[in-house]
Design a protein around this ligand. Structure first.
Ligand code: ATR
Length: 368
């Protein structure tokens, strides 16, 4: 009888312990989820992720609160372990960076770069494929000094953005023939100490267009005459398409049209779109001026394929008007992710996880 009673109470106690263990497990997982969110916010804000001072203060606070029978030493071990796991969860790329072995370092350089989505896209791709790399954003003024620094530090690859895509070419050991023809480099690969420049913008643009239309034999009207228009124009011609440039300032537009053997029309004089595809390469419609569009909406026709290289917002006014008109539309996310995928493949030699990269950029855009 006595044995029966004590059996029952033992079972009750075990039930209590099981319930407490389940609660502890739940609490630890909750804590890790929150730590992960904090890490993401800090990374986004460019703040220091690991904060040893705060971690020590936390353990001190718990020790002061502890009434036992847990010893100070045991408390320390338990929370030290939880903090270590939180660190790992908060900073996957930092773990690689701090860990043994050679972590490959990559960067996007430009001015400004603080809003670049390349770090989120490439770090997610590195993490997904298990590649031991880390990708950071660096604001760079003096491009020649920066490139020498990367050489000395052994950076494995660089993405180059405004305003350095042209001037960086003089700082490299070699420029790929296509990038030389385009006159701009947006990707640098460190090949055992030799810095080689490529252009993945044109590849990205062509692949994004090719998802929606067969460019061969088509006439593509490009709005704008800057670096992006130039890269896309060359890409279209290489794919067997014909290009028409329309631009605000005639001098710049005519110069590009001549280089591409294309027709040119001043933007203000355009009365109809004379092709099957329209691509906006100007910043008109970009956040925070999302209400603007680069040309009159009555120029749109339902049979046009309309692409915008702007990805913030994802649906620009041009694209929403085009969709309303009945056009097929391509947003700037495709080109951005495809050009990033070409970079990833040049750097790692591995196939880029396109869907993962796209999802990373999409979710980052939702937080902007
Ligand atoms: P990128 O190298 O990224 O293409 P860019 O060299 O500054 O950038 O080129 C931007 C293009 O957008 C230019 O062709 C510019 O027209 P101008 O040549 O007349 O300067 C065009 N652009 C910029 N702002 C514009 C605006 N508000 N309306 C029309 N076109 C504009």
């Amino acid at each position: 009888m006595t044995i029966q009673n004590s059996d029952k109470s033992l079972a009750e106690f075990r039930g209590l312990i099981d319930a407490i263990d389940a609660e502890i497990l739940e609490s630890i997982n909750q804590r890790l989820k929150i730590a992960k969110k904090i890490g993401a916010v800090k990374i986004r804000k460019g703040a220091q992720v690991i904060d040893p001072e705060r971690e020590s203060a936390l353990i001190e606070r718990l020790m002061a609160r502890n009434k036992g029978p847990l010893s100070r030493e045991s408390l320390y071990h338990i929370f030290k372990e939880i903090i270590t796991i939180s660190r790992q969860i908060q900073t996957p790329q930092l773990n690689d960076y701090l860990g043994p072995g050679a972590t490959a370092v990559y960067a996007v350089i430009g001015d400004p770069v603080s809003h670049s989505l390349s770090p989120v896209m490439h770090n997610r791709a590195f993490a997904h494929t298990g590649y031991n790399g880390v990708y950071i954003a660096l604001r760079v003024g003096d491009i020649a000094a920066a490139v020498n620094g990367f050489r000395a530090l052994g950076f494995k690859g660089i993405s180059v953005t405004i305003p350095h895509k042209v001037s960086v070419m003089d700082c490299l050991d070699e420029v790929d023939a296509r990038a030389r023809e385009i006159g701009a480099v947006n990707t640098i690969v460190n090949c055992d100490g030799r810095l080689v420049g490529y252009n993945s913008d044109y590849l990205g643009a062509v692949k994004a267009l090719a998802d929606a239309v067969d460019i061969g034999g088509k006439t593509v009207v490009i709005i704008g005459a800057g670096g992006a228009a130039r890269a896309i124009g060359f890409g279209i011609i290489r794919s067997g398409g014909r290009v028409v440039i329309i631009n605000r300032s005639p001098e710049k537009g005519e110069r590009l049209a001549e280089a591409l053997n294309a027709d040119f029309h001043p933007l203000s004089e355009v009365r109809e779109i004379e092709g099957q595809v329209l691509v906006n390469t100007t910043p008109v419609g970009m956040f925070p001026h999302a209400e603007q569009m680069p040309l009159e909406k009555n120029l749109l026709r339902p049979d046009l394929v309309v692409m915008d290289i702007i990805y913030n917002p994802l649906t620009t006014r041009l694209l929403s008007e085009a969709a309303r008109t009945g056009c097929r539309t391509i947003n700037g996310l495709s080109m951005f992710v495809y050009q990033g995928a070409f970079q990833f493949e040049l750097w790692t030699g591995e196939k880029a996880p396109l869907d993962v990269m796209k999802a990373a950029v999409e979710s980052a855009l939702q937080r902007v």
